[in-house]
Design a binder for this molecule. Structure first.
Ligand code: URP
Ligand code: ZN
Ligand code: ZN
Length: 484
């Protein structure tokens, strides 16, 4: 704000005394996690916020203040994972990580907020919302909700409005896959998209075509292919293509809007291809992992800004649950882990390789998610008034992922034995140090529900875009062509 330097930029003439940097400060002037000017505007004195040793009158904290030395490390906003499924009832079972274990794992990996998907109960959004409110009572970090739409009638349309206006939800999810459970048909999708737009809510889509998948699965079974490889073979890329083409033909939601929506990316597709074996149950997820090389294309799209976010789709099942599909791949619960690994893997894959800058990293892992879901700058930033969700990442330390040492309840990890450079050494959630020296210190119930207002920035200019689209339909060239 104003002319002040940003907190991490010391004025060039600022004295830095190493002895003072590490001393136990009494009456240290540190307004807790708020931006504090280096020069006191009333007295003109330098403050000791940055350890220069000159006290100012802004605010005083006691001896118990904790001092963290981040010399040579990066201090960044905590990560926000836009796509998770904690304690979700799915494919005859429930995901193994709940709002306690899943969030604890997230904090150990530098993620301080996530947005989970509420699944309606018998189509009822209100019942689904109540159920997830209960599940989240043990939350140890902040969270928000997307809401899935699984059926359509006037009641659902009314409830969507209620969710946006009363319950702080600004995004709805349509699963075009999972026939017989979550899947919605094209008619419902169109009605749902129109409703989203009228409410200023974002629409999200699982873009596999459920009928196509069901047909593919039947063919595999007819061919006698019942093992995990049948999962990938039954869902060729064409089942996604149809959905994409369909969106582009939608006059209600402009292409621009859809284009903006398509900028989400999931971690596993960016990273996993190189060593995934589709014939292994623990890798079964939807859409399936495709050919080696796709991950590189996705990384390029991320580095050029075509894709702007990375979520995880953290949806964990242990090996016993995965074994439900021992004789039939259709019964293997779909989903893999990622909530704890995301920050490390993006750093190692994208920053260490030089594909993106450190600033891009903050954008991709935190800021842009906060902007899209309309919670910036409360989240996604280190600014005056922002929540104190902060991480310290040591670029010189290394990480090693193992199923034995991770914090998820699952006994498997799709990134098992993966090593890399860059380690989140400290996580601060809501002003509390919750991860330090490899130890978690979390309190069930401390996580807050973050309400998200409609009409985020992706809606800017949408009316103009709609008007231009309608004008183009009325243009003489179209009529002439139609007459011909
Ligand atoms: O395999 C996946 N992705 N499982 C979670 C459900 C979904 O499709 O989001
Ligand atoms: Zn999905
Ligand atoms: Zn998902």
């Amino acid at each position: 704000p104003g002319d002040h330097p940003l907190p991490w930029q010391l004025p060039p003439d600022h004295p830095v005394d190493p002895a003072q940097q590490t001393r136990k400060l009494k009456d240290l002037v540190v307004p807790a996690f708020q931006f504090h000017p280096f020069t006191d505007p009333t007295t003109g004195e330098r403050c000791s916020y940055c350890f220069c040793g000159v006290r100012c009158s802004k605010s005083v904290v006691g001896d118990d203040v904790k001092i963290l030395d981040a010399t040579g490390k990066y201090v960044m906003p905590g990560g926000i994972d836009p796509h998770t499924h904690l304690e979700m009832e799915f494919m005859g079972t429930v995901t193994i990580d709940d709002f306690f274990t899943g969030q604890a794992a997230a904090l150990a990996g530098g993620t301080t907020m996530h947005i989970d998907f509420v699944i309606p109960v018998n189509g009822s959004l209100s019942a689904g919302f109540e159920s997830y409110k209960n599940k989240a009572k043990k939350a140890v970090m902040d969270y928000g909700f997307h809401m899935a739409i699984t059926k359509w009638d006037d009641e659902v349309a009314k409830e969507m409005e209620l969710m946006v206006k009363e319950n702080g939800i600004n995004s709805f999810k349509f699963f075009m896959a999972y026939k017989g459970s979550l899947m919605v048909n094209d008619e419902l999708l169109m009605q749902g998209l129109e409703k989203c737009k009228s409410l200023g809510a974002l629409a999200m889509v699982h873009a596999e075509n459920g009928d196509g998948v069901a047909e593919g699965q039947k063919r595999m079974i007819d061919l006698g292919i019942t093992g995990p490889e049948g999962h990938a073979l039954s869902r060729p890329p064409v089942v996604i293509l149809k959905t994409c083409l369909f969106y582009r033909a939608m006059p209600v939601v402009t292409c621009d809007f859809i284009f903006k929506l398509s900028k989400f990316l999931l971690l596993q597709y960016t990273l996993l291809h190189t060593y995934v074996d589709i014939a292994v149950r623990r890798y079964v997820m939807s859409p399936p992992i495709r050919k080696a090389g796709h991950n590189k294309a996705l990384q390029s799209a991320l580095s050029t800004g075509i894709l702007q976010l990375v979520g995880t789709d953290h949806c964990t099942f242990n090996s016993t649950q995965k074994a439900f599909g021992l004789d039939d791949f259709r019964k293997i619960p779909n989903g893999v882990n990622g909530i704890e690994e995301r920050m490390h893997l993006i750093w190692d894959t994208m920053v260490m390789s030089g594909q993106i800058s450190v600033t891009d990293y903050v954008w991709i892992t935190s800021t842009e998610c906060a902007r899209i879901f309309n919670i910036y700058p409360r989240k996604g930033a280190i600014l005056e008034g922002s929540d104190a969700d902060i991480i310290i990442l040591n670029p010189n330390a290394s990480f090693k992922i193992t199923a034995a040492s991770h914090h998820s309840r699952s006994d498997t990890n799709v990134y098992d034995r993966r090593t890399g450079k860059g380690k989140v050494e400290v996580t601060i959630s809501g002003g509390q140090v919750v991860w330090e020296d490899g130890m978690l210190n979390v309190m069930p119930g401390s996580g807050k529900y973050i309400r998200m207002a409609p009409y985020g920035y992706l809606f800017d200019g949408i009316e103009k875009a709609d008007a231009a689209y309608l004008a183009s339909l009325r243009a003489p060239v179209h009529r002439t062509k139609a007459a011909a």
